[in-house]
Design a protein around this ligand. Structure first.
Ligand code: AMP
Ligand code: ZN
Length: 138
């Protein structure tokens, strides 16, 4: 698939901090996290969005998103999780390979969440990825 950064990540020709992988999907840290641990779950099959995503791939993406979200409670002390798909430019989709955002949330984080929407940086993403990998193995 030409010019698709997520296909490059899946192929291993672009770097990522992978936290989970199986035959159908991979999950890696978002490069500009809105919260520490913000993860993207991506089907290995390329599709642009909801209109051409195979329903079976959607199921697998959601199932992996559920696993990652539950692991965030252990790995990052998350009290909650946002699962989000931005579908189409009008919905602020910027990478046109279908993906599910998994965003850990903490009680009372409204203010820091608003700030991190602007800053979008994790000072230690390697440690964050390692924590998630460990929780997802267990
Ligand atoms: P959206 O298309 O708006 O749902 O979001 C695309 C997300 O992909 C953004 O949150 C970006 O920060 C993220 N992103 C873009 N390029 C990369 C990359 N090379 N590695 C990890 N995340 C990325
Ligand atoms: Zn792709």
């Amino acid at each position: 698939m030409p010019d698709c950064i997520f296909c490059d990540i899946i192929a291993g020709t672009a770097p990522s901090r992978q936290v989970y992988a199986d035959d159908d999907v991979i999950a890696f840290l978002d490069i500009r996290p809105v919260k520490r641990g913000h993860t993207l779950v991506v089907p290995r099959n390329h599709s642009r969005g909801l209109t051409d995503l195979a329903p079976g791939d959607g199921e697998k993406v959601f199932a992996a998103g559920q696993r990652v979200g539950v692991a965030m409670r252990d790995a990052l002390d998350a009290d909650g999780v946002n699962l989000v798909v931005n579908d189409g430019r009008a919905a602020m989709q910027t990478v046109f390979h279908t993906h599910l955002h998994v965003i850990p949330r903490h009680r009372g984080d409204k203010l820091s969440f608003a700030k991190s929407l602007v800053v979008r940086r994790d000072p230690n993403p390697d440690e964050t990825a390692e924590r998630l990998r460990r929780a997802l193995k267990g």
